[in-house]
Design a protein around this ligand. Structure first.
Ligand SMILES: [Zn+2]
Length: 237
């Protein structure tokens, strides 16, 4: 097992995480502190294929990588660069700019901005701890965000239609659940069907919360467990 001790200085971080095995070991510790678990079926029975840096799940018989099921899933940026950017984000007390990250990684400022944005989203999710958000008297906004592709410039109806076959279009759909006051949960979802979205919402939001969403049919039926409200916000990156 590669050394997973956190580096102390930027130069050290760059050297350490340029070694993809070390970067992966560090990312594993962050993502699965209790041990590697399949993002699809939850099984902890797997075989690691070292040469390809992926796992074969003995539960669902499918392969997964460190990025599957996360908001990094559709990104071609390697895990080493992600970990360097992550390290910069948590280590620079006065904050880190996309320009600094771009310079360090040798990527464009636009890509660096995108990385920082996704990392902040992921960190909010992780560092606000596990457990459900919401509960009686609270309000939780749910929506789907398309990451990648050109969804942002599309008309809502077209995006919604496209969303039904997301994946095929090279876009990732992220279901976001945001409690007023700041707690957030995000999950990558394979599609926007109710059978996909609703179990996730029930798994992350306490019953009795007021769930605000747009009128997408995938949310019909949530009224059995939650108060309902209509929100007009729809986010896209
Ligand atoms: Zn599995």
């Amino acid at each position: 097992m590669a050394d997973t001790k956190a580096p102390q200085m930027l130069q050290q971080a760059v050297v350490m995480f340029s070694d993809l095995d070390k970067a992966l070991a560090y990312a594993i510790k962050l993502r699965w502190p209790e041990g590697v678990a399949c993002p699809r079926c939850g099984s902890d029975q797997n075989r690691f294929v070292k040469t390809r840096r992926l796992w074969f799940c003995k539960g669902c018989q499918k392969q997964f990588t460190i990025k599957v099921g996360t908001i990094f899933e559709d990104s071609p940026i390697d895990i080493g660069k992600w970990m360097i950017a992550y390290w910069m984000l948590i280590s620079c007390k006065n904050g880190v700019s996309s320009y600094e990250v771009a310079r360090t990684l040798g990527i464009t400022q636009k890509s660096a901005w995108f990385m920082l944005h996704r990392l902040r989203l992921a960190m909010q999710d992780t560092f606000h701890g596990g457990g459900k958000i919401g509960g009686p008297g609270s309000r939780v906004e749910v929506d789907e965000t398309f990451i990648g592709g050109k969804a942002r410039n599309m008309h809502v109806r077209k995006r919604m239609a496209l969303g039904k076959m997301a994946g095929g279009e090279g876009k990732t759909v992220v279901l976001g659940m945001l409690e007023r006051g700041g707690k957030v949960r995000t999950r990558v979802v394979p599609n926007r069907e109710g059978v996909t979205l609703q179990p996730i919402i029930r798994g992350h939001v306490k019953g009795g919360a007021k769930v605000m969403s747009d009128e997408h049919a995938g949310y019909n039926g949530l009224e059995a467990d939650f108060l309902r409200g209509v929100s007009i916000t729809r986010s896209s990156m």
